[in-house]
Design a protein around this ligand. Sequence first.
Ligand SMILES: Nc1ncnc2c1ncn2[C@@H]1O[C@H](COP(=O)(O)OP(=O)(O)O)[C@@H](O)[C@H]1O
Ligand SMILES: [Mg+2]
Length: 1006
Amino acid sequence: MAVSRRTVTVVFADVADSTPLGERVDPESVRRVMSRFFEQMSEVLERHGGTVEKFIGDAVMAVFGIPELHEDDALRAVRAATELRAALAALNAELEHEFGVHIGIRVGVNSGEVVAGDGSGGHMLVTGDPVNVAKRLEESARTGEILIGEPTRKLVENAAVYEPRDELQLKGKSSSVLAWNVLATIEGAPAYARRLDAPLVGRQRELQMLRSVFDDALAGRKCRLVTIMGPAGIGKSRLAAELASSVGSEARVLSGTCLPYGEGITFWPIGLIIGGLGGEVGLRATLAGAEDAELVADRVLGAVSPTPVSGPGGELFWAFRRLFEEVARDEPLVLVIEDIHWAEPRLLDLLEYLAGWTDDAPILLVCLARPEVLEERPGWLSAADGASLLLGPLSEAESETLLTEIGREWPLDAAARARITEAAEGNPLYVEQMAAMLAEGKTLDAIPPSIHALLAARLDRLSPEQRGVLERAAVAGKDFTRRLVLGLSPEEEHGEVDATLLDLVRRDFLSARPGREDNYRFRHVLIRDAAYAGIPKELRAQLHERFAGLAERTQSGRAGEIDEIIGYHLEQAFLYRKALGPPSDDDRVLAGRARELLTAAGRRAMERGDSPAAANLLGRALALTPDDVEERLVLMIELSEALTGTGALAEAQRLLDEATAAAEAAGDPRMRARASLEASFTRLHTWDGGLDDFLPQSDEAVAVFEAAGDDEGLSRALMLRAYITFIRCRIAETEQIVDRALAHAMQTSGKRLVPELLHVRARAALRGPTPVTAAMEWCEGIRAQSGGDQALDAFMRSEIAVLEAMLGHFDHARELSEAAQEILLDLGRTLAVALVRAEAGAVELLAGDTAAAARCLRPACDTMQEIGERGMLSTYSALLADALSDQGLDDSADTYARLSEETALGEDVLSQVLWRNARARLLRREAALEDAGTLAKEAVGMAADTDDLNLLGYALSGLGGVLVSARREPEASAAYAQAAEVFRRKGNVVAGARVEERANVLAIGT
Ligand SMILES: Nc1ncnc2c1ncn2[C@@H]1O[C@H](COP(=O)(O)OP(=O)(O)O)[C@@H](O)[C@H]1O
Ligand SMILES: [Mg+2]
């Protein structure tokens, strides 16, 4: 066994109170007593599959999981521990009798990842924290206690009875450790609960197939064998349970399960079946009157008793067959034998015999097996007229349904559901265990321990060669090519790689990808993860580095996306080296290359507007950058921009404050200006002070960048100014500043800021003096030149949508707006999605569908609130208030109007006008006409000071409404007429027509 990483369970057992023994009894006798007990302990531990690693004084240490892993190692260990306690009780009876003394035992058990050596040179076989914790648990146990740690408890939860112990402060551990005292184990119980009573999802075709085999057995009065085959957790037991309940009224159903280990377990499942018949009494009653009843009963009972009596083999099989024929005489019989991959060969023989020789009796023999059964018995499926049913994964839709069911118990949000569906790949047990893990507040970064145990045990049965190939493949990824595995394999193994890959396909670890020569894929991503988890870190580092080298050589023509891949492998190589010890100079060079590649990939992500990818890549690049590297500041600033795009405003802010301080300390005015400039940008969204505070910063930055000839910096500084001007609703001035900023942005190499600047420009054109048709033409022009820039394309669509709505082309507007939302959603641009969705609300307001408007605006406002954004929130919550009050939902409307009022900056004229308007409308309903009038007039006054034509028209029309309520019709008419004129000037046909209509209604009324 080479060095490997594996999850094992460690048992420490120590004899307590042995001192009085030494005082009262001659040492020679003590020695004899103790060595007998140690022998007994070893025997118990080994019988459960443990390896006794060493004796230390009166203590013994055993490991479950070396040299062989079992999926139930933790449970085996706990069972062994309880059995040790029982064995000691027997010994004590003797001691009392002989010497009048007795001894006690303390046990500690813990599970976790260790590094296992090959045991050469007498070195410890396993090393790792779980070993120390198990030892400490044993030391903290009181006499007679079996203390298990939390990781072990999780793995035996369903099969053990335990009580909590106080959190223990263990020697050498910084934090306290949870511990439980095991009172007993539950015989035959599986380690974790399965939910066989939950509603069945899918599997209708399979049920039908089973049903038809059953019908066949009935019609022919013969025994039919069907094997339900599939990996652990795929739903074999669940399907068998469903079959049992569906034929329950027509047949007698009896079932038994094979056990993974134990003494005398050959006919264990048959024993359970006889239990189902009512034990000995039931069995004899069933056989009453049959030929040879006595003999059959004796043979069968002998074979399934706790101490099996073996009669002549042929006679035994005959007896079983006779028994089942009798049971099935009057009523069809369904026998379910679960988990025959653990069956002893004799049991398999029996099952084949039953299928072949049963006469004149309708019996359906359902066997459940993992594919491993074929390793034990390659001919299983072709045997004895057997049929088989291979259970595949659930479809994605079925997994979703299953999650909905599970969600009743453990509520999951949409993101969690999506993660689970993706990672579980249709295995219902994985779905359940992952849901349970999330419900406990854990993340899905690691495999749930129960599943890890299953997969690791499967991998452990591979030969070192197979294991090696699978590990190299795991480094390459879920999908990989044969060529990569060859490249990662040592020269001398090249000859075998192809055969091994095919073998792994046969064993269902991998699948070949049809139509793609030499392409393979892991059967399940968790198999890849488990294989990867078994690789020692030193080897992981080597393989990742070698992978990077291979990729560099073979893909040299296609820089670009390959940067990210190579960067990843170098990064991993470095991180593992670092985990193993202080990095060498070579390691640092490795880290530097990784950083360069990740930075390049991150910048490209930023250029295509993919903020989450950029945030991820740049964040990783930053983590690889030592403090003394100049690049660090630039990275921090770029990362903060990406973070702002994803909506992580607070994180961005923190990073920028750090960067500003670092630049200050380094005496770098340009970096300082950039960092504080970026900080201003994020603050625009979260700020609650005056906008004027930003101006000196923007001025100072402009000066610094001008001196340095820094176009990038200049465009950014001007952009800040443009935003401030825009918020103040000086639209024409905004346009001029944007144009200046654009000129500088065009000079930069990536032209990174261009899309965002054009977006501001478009929004200005939409609101300001530019007529609607001209604004539209301009936006269309930009869109036509967007040159594959998806974010820019989406922004333009969103603005054109509002413009189209002003012209009354609502269907087209909605199409554009939806497309824009989809694009930005795909890009993960949280903030931009919220903005565009809110603009979709504006489209609906123009269309007069206020319910639809609320449906767009409400989630947009919710997102803004969630991420701590206030700048846009103040505007759109006022629009939402309007939409809601239009539907008569005045209370909610009031809430949002007040939210707008609270979050609006004093100089944010747009929001100031909008919330006044919304509040005025509500007050007007309450007949608080005077206050309504004041607010509406204030709104008009503020709007009139700007060149935002839509805003002015809107304010005037709001005032008109208040005046109508106050029965001041002539003044109302005048306000409406003015509004109509303003909208006409803008070319906002729809809003213009609406106020004109109101004016006309007034005219008719008077
Ligand atoms: N088709 C299904 N619909 C609903 N739940 C299922 C389905 N298949 C499996 N499950 C659930 O998934 C878990 C694992 O299934 P199980 O039948 O125990 O797998 P196997 O016997 O193949 O190891 C169980 O809790 C089971 O209830
Ligand atoms: Mg099962």
